[in-house]
Structure formats: C-alpha cells, structure tokens
Design a binder for this molecule. Structure first.
Ligand code: CP
Length: 313
C-alpha cells in the first residue's frame, strides 16, 4: 500500500513522474480528462483550519471522478476518543483513501499502518509534503526549458527559508530539498534551529547533513534562487505570539533582504500571509513573488499524487 506522508515517500523517479502528471493535469484542465478515482470516495479528516488544502483536495478529487467526504475531526468519534487504529479500520471498509490534516505526525503514520487504504498527509505539526511538492513544481515550471525534465531543473538550486525555521513547512522543505537535490539555508532566531525530529528523519533516510542554519538572514539569502517564509505564529502556537513576533522581526522578508538574494530570485510563501509581519506588502506584490501560482499548483500536484497512489495500490 502506497502512502504519501513525507517527501521521500516518492523516489526521485516517482517524484519526476508526479511533476510531469501535474503539468498534464494543469494543461488539460477544463477538458475531459482521466478519471482514476471514478467510483471512489476519499475521506478528508481535518483537525485544523484550512482554505487551500481543503478546497484543492475537494476540487481535485471531484475532477478525478471521485467523491470527497469532508470530516471535521470534532464531528466524528475520533474527536471523542475512538482510537486512531479503529478509525482507520472502520473507514477502510467504507472509503478508498484518506486525506488527513492533524497535529501529531504519528497520527497519520498510525492511520496508514492500521488501515487498508492510501493515506495522504495534508499537514501535521511536523511536515507539509503536499505544499512542498506544489512549491517545487512551481519552481520547476519556471526553471525547466520547454520539454525538459521538470524534476532535474531543481538540482543545485538554493532556497533560503527565513523566520520560524522550526515550523512544519521549514522541516518539510529541509526534507524536500534533500529529495530534489537542492541546497537549503535557514535563518531564524535563537531557539528555532531545525530540531532533533527532522535530523533523525534525515538520518533514517540517509540524507543527513544537507542543510545550513544561521542567525544571519543576509547570509542565508546570499546566492539564493528562492526566498521563502511562513507565518511566525503557526496553528497551535497562538499563546507564544508576542514573544515570537519580537524574536522574528529581524527575519522579516523586506525589499532590502529580498534584494540580497540573486537578482532573478523568486519569493514564495505557503499562505496565509500576514503583511507587515513575516513579509512586507512590497515583497508580496513584487513581480517575482509567485505566491498565487504556488497556491494554484496545490490542485494540479495533489491530483497527480492522488493518481499515483491509486495506480500504486
Ligand atoms: N498553505 C496551506 O496549507 O494553506 P491552508 O492552511 O489554507 O490549507
């Protein structure tokens, strides 16, 4: 049973195929296309708020011929203490796959282990792999020559991640950079170095030592092809808001900091953004800001991931 819980769940050649399929879905959108999910229902268990992830999965499953079934965790027995394992076993009798947004990463792993259907990680406190695959595809669209290998166009490129360098998107980009052959430098305040969990995962995957962490934002963006940031107060960290804002102000992506990257560098943000905090409105509006292409590509890339998992059953 094939799952997509982390970036390395696809080999480089499988990831390259996902990008190619995503490009086909994007170019063919609006015309009758393949329906690999025909007759299937995919449950979407969400424990956290979402705009992009929820809508792109619901639309994507529908466009592939399937039926998306949104389940707010608070409305099902899982939210009242039914075990993760029993939930996985029961849902496996009804539906053909699970898309899960939750807190503990172990929950998606337990659902995958106990059930008999594919599971997609739609964000945990640790990783957000659907976001990173869509981001990488968005870059490859720009860097690959027409007809050339999208995946190969990422190799050797440098991404700089600023701000909350211990968040799930940062950890996911560390793992994603290793999968895509990219370089990654992260700049954040004291206490926000990437943690033991991502280091242990990199070691298990044989990908250790692949990132650089610094407290100097200008050092991180030097020679960068991409400047990336995320909200400073992630879901679940609201009680730390005041302290985080004070610590992270030096890492805000301003026009001056963005200008210190390569002259053709792109700005990326997984959204939602808070202008005036982690990034200025000026940078968000820069012609090299590709934030809405990132958001759109969630749809095309997730459709390709769904199709790959169905084919791999
Ligand atoms: N980037 C992202 O996952 O957006 P949502 O929280 O709106 O799904």
């Amino acid at each position: 049973m094939k799952h997509f819980l982390q970036e390395t769940d696809f080999t480089p050649s499988e990831a390259a195929a996902v990008f190619l399929r995503a490009q086909e879905f994007k170019q063919g959108r609006g015309r009758p296309g393949p329906q690999p999910l025909a007759g299937q229902t995919w449950a979407m268990i969400f424990s956290k708020s979402s705009t992009r992830t929820r809508v792109s999965f619901e639309v994507g499953i529908h466009e592939l011929g399937g039926n998306p079934l949104f389940l707010n965790k608070g409305d099902i027995q899982l939210g009242r203490g039914e075990s993760v394992e029993d939930t996985a076993k029961v849902l496996s009798r009804f539906v053909h796959g699970l898309v899960v947004r939750t807190h503990a990463h172990s929950e998606v792993e337990r659902l995958a282990a106990a059930g008999g259907i594919p599971v997609i990680n739609a964000l945990t406190d640790f990783l957000h792999p659907c976001q990173i695959y869509a981001d990488a595809f968005t870059l490859a669209e720009r860097w690959a020559a027409p007809g050339a290998d999208l995946f190969a166009s990422l190799r050797g490129r440098k991404l700089a991640f600023l701000g909350d360098t211990a968040c799930n998107v940062a950890s996911s980009w560390i793992l994603g950079a290793a999968r895509f052959g990219m370089k990654i430098a992260l700049a954040g305040p004291e206490g926000f170095a990437p943690g033991a969990e991502i280091d242990a995962l990199l070691a298990r995957e044989g990908l250790a030592g692949g990132y650089r962490f610094t407290h100097d934002p200008f050092e991180a963006v030097r020679d960068a092809d991409v400047v990336y940031t995320d909200v400073w107060v992630s879901m679940g960290k609201e009680e730390e808001a005041k302290a985080r804002l004070a610590q992270m102000t030096p890492y805000a992506v301003t026009a001056k900091l963005f200008a210190a990257a390569k002259s053709d560098a792109y700005f990326m943000h997984c959204l939602p953004a808070y202008p005036g905090k982690e990034v200025t409105q000026e940078v968000l509006d820069n012609p090299r800001s590709i934030i809405f292409d990132q958001a759109e590509n969630r749809l095309h890339v997730q459709k390709a991931i769904l199709a790959a998992l169905v084919a791999g059953r």
